[in-house]
Write a protein that binds this ligand. Sequence first.
Ligand code: NAI
Length: 457
Amino acid sequence: MKQVVLIPGDGIGPEIAAAVKEIFKAAGVPVEWIEVAAGIDVIGQHPLGISEESLALIREHGVVLKGPTTTPQGGGHQSINVLIRRRLGLFANVRPVKTLPGIKTPFEGIDIITVRENLEDTYGGIEYYQSPNVAQGLKIISRAGAFRSVYNAFELASHYERKKITCVHKANIHKATDGLFLTVFREVSAQYPEIKAEDILVDNLCMQLVTRPEKFDVLVMPNLYGDIVSDLCAGLTGGLGLAPSANVGRSVVVFESVHGSAPDIAGKGVANPTALLSSALMLLRHIGLFDHANRIQRSLEKSFMDGKVTRDLGGDLTTAEFVSAICEDLKDEIPEQGESKAFVRKKLPALVLSTDSFERLVGIDLYFQNSAIPDQVPEEIGTLRLEAITNRGVRIESMPPEIDKIDVYCARYIASDSAVDQKDIRELLAAFDRLSINWVHVEKLFEMQQGNSFTAI
Ligand code: NAI
């Protein structure tokens, strides 16, 4: 018996988790569930969050099936999904979508796995107000984050003998951040010559997904694009009610449905358990129980082909009736006696960091809040010379008057000499203070061997 942690969650979570347990029991799956509470207490309706003991249990067992959990709006506990991902370092989110027999979809032959970086990008929650009218969010892409998700995508593709991986990005605009993700993708792809590696701009991908989705195989991308593109892929193959996922870390994998806790139908006995069941089948394949997974998969597909589906797919079955249909079909399914081949990821290779370094501090970008450009912005302080003032990244002298300016400007100072003297930065800030110009943040500009650490204006 393999022990697996089960988080039923809240809303429809307990109903669909019970459905999975019943189907596993009928199929004789050798899994023992260790149940852990998280989300909103179903009886008391108070927020439970997730306890330290539960996180320790998850770390100990390493394999989790998680039902959806409600995130209270405007207060209450933090999103349990975000908390689990961060606390357990679940660096990649894997979402396979496939056209299923019996499910009407606009296209045939879709079989796509999206792999989404899961911890970085704009999801780090690093956001500020620069002025009451201007909000800023930091998009962080690290070599480590990109490497772990890209490496996982290639390992997955290699294990399941997929032919092609496409890196999705917007490196023509996000030159540094998406540029780094793409660089790492190219480096890792060189280690897998048997898998065709391509890249595509995210906008072009979206257009092609809704015209020729069958041409894509495995997609790997930063967090935000992954969030959107994977839902698009789910929509192409029957909707969120069918979409499974896995959150992958070094030693923990959390399998869960893509949909949420569906409070509008919770307790009514009509929820479709397919997404959680399909996540559970991914889990079985992960631990090497392929035959059990395939047998349940065939019964599930037979129910679809017979038109035995829940309301969300146009049928009239309750959750219980749908589960009975699958369990009934299971009786006709002859268990396979094939070889079990668990997906064992090779030990994560050591991260190769860039050997480049910041050679020289060449200037600073100094952001200040003001309703207009002040009369007396310092032109020169020590080694620093004012090169340009920009608004939303555009030099103010190139902005036609009819274009709205925001109340946060950036003054770029570049070293007139060979390098910036650090004390000149402090003096420049002091000069802004004396002039009562409210500076809000400073970015240092470095020269590296392979170009600059900043973009030109
Ligand atoms: P949702 O996915 O829960 O529901 C959207 C719509 O899809 C609803 O009409 C719902 O009835 C329907 N639906 C979802 N799953 C279904 C199923 N299995 N069978 C039949 N119909 C289904 O999204 P919503 O309403 O935006 O979120 C509700 C709560 O879930 C929120 O608190 C949100 O934060 C949380 N959530 C949790 C997730 C997780 O735990 N992984 C993921 C997404 C949302």
